[in-house]
Design a protein. Sequence first.
Length: 148
Amino acid sequence: MRLKSLLIAAALAGFATLAHAQGQITVKEPYARATIGQAKVSAAYMTIETSTGPDRLIAAASPVAGTVELHTHLHEGGVMKMRQVEAIELAPGKPAVLETGGYHIMMLDLKQPLKAGETILLTLTFEKAGKVEVQVPVRPLRAGHQRH
């Protein structure tokens, strides 16, 4: 009887771990900005939520860019400057909003122009949740963060 209880406990623990790893991150309303001409940079925006506990977005990658970095905007001496950050903190119940003028994902050394109507792949890497692939629609350059 003890062996049966241990097997059931092990199976339940495995199920709980699987559910935790696959369901803890939600990405809403992702989009990237289209480029003009031969521009080699663009940015991606979205809202990211964690449902099970604190986590951190620590990296991003895309096949359309040579380099992808996490960035924020800072006000220094009356001037707004863009800076790379090590991570973006996530807390349950407090969505991380990546938007113009705040945190965002910079795609540098683009391998092709980004055209409105296309979709690009972005892989987000979280400290605890691991990698999450996101299909990101490309919007016209002037399109801002649109809430639905």
